[in-house]
Design a protein. Structure first.
Length: 83
């Protein structure tokens, strides 16, 4: 992720833009993980600066869990209709 963030920072970012931030979203049957990735290991995110742009990891986790449940329910319905 840092490779891509550093590329964006060096090649694509406009002067008036903040440095890019990556979101890592992972889920499986037992766990959902939300992490932020920064291009430079020394960078820090200040909530007051990014509060309106970066969602809280718990909000993202809840959204992923909700979507995962919706997909499971859709799969069950499709399987029942196929019988």
């Amino acid at each position: 992720m840092n490779l891509y963030l550093n590329y964006l920072k060096d090649k694509e970012k406009l002067l008036e833009e903040n440095d890019p931030v990556g979101l890592i979203l992972c889920t499986d049957k037992k766990k959902t993980v939300v992490e932020y990735a920064l291009g430079g290991m020394n960078n820090r995110i200040f909530a007051s600066k990014y509060k309106l742009q970066l969602p809280d990891p718990e909000v993202l986790k809840t959204e992923i869990e909700h979507e995962k449940q919706r997909l499971i329910e859709m799969k069950i319905v499709k399987e029942e209709l196929g019988k």
